[in-house]
Design a protein around this ligand. Sequence first.
Ligand SMILES: Cc1ncc(COP(=O)(O)O)c(C=O)c1O
Length: 385
Amino acid sequence: MNNPYDWIDKSLETIHRANWYRSPQTISSLPGAIVTIAGQEVINFASNDYLGLAEDERLKIAAINAIQEFGTGSTGSRLLSGHRQLHRELEQAIASLKQTQDAIVFSSGYLANLGTISAIVGKRDLILSDEYNHSSLKKGAILSGGTVREYPHNNTDILKTILQHHRNDHRRCLIITDSVFSMDGDLCPLLDIIDLAEQFNCMLLVDEAHATGIFGKSGAGTVEHFNCTGKEIIQIGTLSKALGSLGGYVAGSTQLIDFLRNRASTWIYTTALSPADTAAALAAINIVQSEPERRQKLWRNVTYLRELIRDDVLKLEILPSESAIICFTLPNPNTALEMSRRLKKAGIFAPAIRPPTVPTSRIRISLMATHEILHIQKLIEVIQT
Ligand SMILES: Cc1ncc(COP(=O)(O)O)c(C=O)c1O
């Protein structure tokens, strides 16, 4: 008789043959600009800890104090088992940062996207999704049961054409887009998308995962950066990148948040964010608001790296980027893997991103406020050799 699990081996073989196989590397130090992997100290360009807060003493102390006061686990879902005042304090802090009426925290950004999209869209509705959107937006769209149409990356002309042809066939319409594209580093044309949403009576959901804490004068994200604060946009994000903790959030109107508390299954039927993660994220938001110099240091690093690569010194194609994510393209998965290995040998940790995550292979660099000029110079030196 056939073994019903045989296909897994075959599928793994295919993944290996295509050079798509992935496995995590073990880090044995604190997070930061320098980390230790298998006994080797490497400069870390693989982290989303943009402001260097994951190792900040104040976040650690907030997390430890929360564990002492409230224990390690949240013990159940918030509706069934109750929540802590800390959860509401974090939600109010997010709403205050974003200048929205309210916010709700999920156990991850991924769950925030799945739960929100599937709660506000149904079978009779239309979702328009950028082809480069994060997996959580795409999977949320599928889960909703609505009609999903992808539009070419950042192409608002085609988005408009789709709306002209299909908007009226559906009850509700939701446009979903990353604000900073996580594997490319470019921004969505937010102003044009808002115009189209208004023109065609669509809801708009923007994923600020790689923008919160970084973009905008107060670190609120690209909605603030583009002067759109106060517009009725559903803002989703994560507590796990610039905020150095774990969890996700949705910020929006009182009614939207109230509705999600009653309809978002990935919030209702899952255990609440742990006290430690909640307290660490709350401490991080206070730092984002009170220490703009961290953001400024990050942007100085971004500008410095862009200056170094401006004159095509690397002889590599660089994807258009306006964020702290900068990608060097390589012809295929093999060359990307080789480059990543070569960098690692020389003391640089930068991941090769390959299909199926992205259409073309690349090395993805993400900068942090805690990188020093010397770290960035070393990166360029090693790539050049
Ligand atoms: C654009 C985007 N959205 C959502 C997520 C998911 O967030 P989380 O890691 O909190 O699940 C990520 C990354 O992980 C992301 O890059």
